[in-house]
Design a protein around this ligand. Structure first.
Ligand SMILES: CC(C)(COP(=O)(O)OP(=O)(O)OC[C@H]1O[C@@H](n2cnc3c(N)ncnc32)[C@H](O)[C@@H]1OP(=O)(O)O)[C@@H](O)C(=O)NCCC(=O)NCCS
Length: 183
């Protein structure tokens, strides 16, 4: 599937069931439904983006992935990122993270941080390509299984070249977030 068929848009609380299903499919220690509900509607710092793609068979739009991040004063905190297996390696997570970083810049943030399981090579590579650096280790930060977290940060906050559309190409409407501009 071409990545320009992916739409990035803000989540609404009615996405909760689908988001929770993706959460359970993608993590060994998933957030609870209640935690996700709080991020979708109760947390004033939280932003929640969905990546929607046409289903390969029916062409109906389905949620392929999502991204929850916080903007806390000058800092973007990357909280929860997941893409369903059939939709991986198509640049969807990259687009979601770029959208978050762009929103942070628009709102005056000047740094970004996240924690990731030390064994999660896919995510470590993704964040490295976007300009994050490994800053510290948090011992036994995660459970199920117990594992260290790698703390990654980016300061100053900036958009990697990866986040920009190819030179000379206008962004198509389908590749825009509805509120945060091109992704
Ligand atoms: C990590 C995750 C979000 C990546 O989603 P994605 O949409 O496949 O990511 P992208 O297509 O944007 O990948 C960007 C880059 O990351 C790296 N990458 C992603 N998946 C990879 C894999 N399985 N193996 C090696 N590198 C990988 C690659 O460098 C890739 O670029 P490339 O495809 O041009 O080589 C997805 O694998 C996932 O949902 N995993 C389970 C949940 C999770 O670990 N979330 C992150 C918690 S911090």
């Amino acid at each position: 599937m071409a990545s320009d068929r992916v739409m990035i848009e803000p989540a609404t609380p009615d996405a909760l069931d689908e988001v929770w299903a993706i959460e359970q499919a993608c993590f060994s220690a998933p957030w609870t439904r209640k935690m996700l509900a709080a991020e979708l509607s109760g947390n004033p710092f939280a932003h929640f983006l969905l990546a929607k793609c046409p289903d390969p068979l029916s062409e109906a739009l389905v949620i392929a992935g999502y991204f929850c991040f916080w903007i806390v004063f000058e800092e973007v905190r990357l909280m929860n990122l997941a893409v369903l297996v059939p939709f991986r390696r198509q640049g969807i997570a990259t687009r979601l993270v770029c959208a978050a970083l762009r929103t942070g810049l628009e709102r005056g943030a000047n740094r970004a941080m996240l924690e990731v399981r030390a064994s999660n090579q896919e995510a470590l590579t993704l964040y490295d390509r976007l300009g994050f650096r490994q800053a510290a280790t948090r011992t036994r930060y995660y459970t199920n299984p117990d594992e260290d977290a790698v703390l990654m940060d980016m300061a100053p906050l900036q958009l990697a070249t990866l986040c920009e559309p190819p030179p000379g190409e206008l962004q198509k409407p389908s590749s825009r977030t509805t509120v945060h501009g091109p992704v």
